[in-house]
Design a protein around this ligand. Structure first.
Ligand SMILES: C[S@@+](CC[C@H](N)C(=O)[O-])C[C@H]1O[C@@H](n2cnc3c(N)ncnc32)[C@H](O)[C@@H]1O
Length: 250
């Protein structure tokens, strides 16, 4: 269990929820990243903007996830990133990373977001290990979910796989004292309309806990909205013993 506690200069100790509530300028305490896997999403060539769900390989699901991960009612979140994993061919797996704190020229309009993805797909996929910024705050690279897991672990991100059939992500009621993680970085993994593959589950479950947002399956972008709600409001998360992340567990 993570106790979110802040000691202000007053000497007062506040829970993260109280700390956030005390300052209306604070939003999104705790950086959050989302990794979404598009199992059939096209990764090269021309993205059919008029058929994102069909010929685009359910790219519509990923576009909605970007929208929820990054956009507030007015403006963009500077504490949130999302990485798409485009696995549907015809090229090698490609990852597109939208960096909320730097992103320019992307708006909360699903067709415009799809248009930005289309521009990236016209570029050749960089090799695994080389991250290229196509324009400000929008990057792409080769690699798949294993690459993202390895990169985020090296950066000390606390990783979580989201799955309805798992223990709950949050703790109801108050929590016992624990570490102060105001600077925590969380990385949440979710799938598109399909289930994760066995290989994906094996790669994730070897190194991160699995947590639920409720018993009913909801759409991926709704899952992202629930995560934002929990973190924005400083609700304590229960990530068990494997939630500390950092360097690879053996
Ligand atoms: C539309 S759901 C995928 C449904 C798919 N049929 C399956 O069985 O995985 C998209 C993603 O949202 C996340 N998700 C949906 N409902 C959830 C829940 N209740 N708790 C945690 N994650 C959830 C999961 O990561 C899931 O892979």
């Amino acid at each position: 269990m993570i106790r979110l506690e802040v000691n202000l200069n007053t000497g007062q100790s506040l829970s993260r929820r109280e700390f956030i509530a005390a300052d209306p300028d604070l939003l999104g305490m705790g950086e959050r990243r989302f990794a979404i896997i598009g199992h059939r999403a096209v990764n090269d060539g021309t993205l059919p903007l008029n058929d994102l769900a069909g010929a685009g390989g359910r790219m519509d699901v990923l576009v909605r996830a970007i929208n929820t991960a990054l956009f507030l009612s007015h403006g963009i979140r500077d504490d949130s990133d999302i990485t798409l994993h485009l696995m549907g061919g015809p090229g090698p797996p490609r990852r597109i990373w939208f960096e909320g704190s730097r992103l320019e020229g992307v708006h909360a309009d699903e067709r415009a977001i799809a248009g930005q993805i289309a521009k990236v797909l016209r570029e050749p996929t960089p090799p695994v290990g080389r991250l290229e910024e196509v324009w400000t705050g929008l990057w792409h690279s080769g690699g798949d979910i294993s690459t993202t897991i390895a990169e985020w672990r090296r950066e000390g991100v606390t990783l979580v796989r989201l799955d309805a059939d798992a223990p709950p992500l949050w703790v109801d009621g108050d929590s016992s004292p624990g570490s102060d993680d105001m600077g925590a970085r969380f990385g949440f993994f979710l799938s598109d309309d399909r289930s994760f593959t066995t290989e994906e589950i094996d790669a994730m479950d070897a190194v991160m806990p699995v947590r639920s947002l409720g018993e009913r399956w909801i759409q991926g972008h709704s899952a992202i909205a629930v995560v934002h709600h929990l973190l924005d409001n400083g609700l304590p998360l229960d990530l068990g013993e494997r939630g500390s992340s950092g360097e690879p567990a053996r």
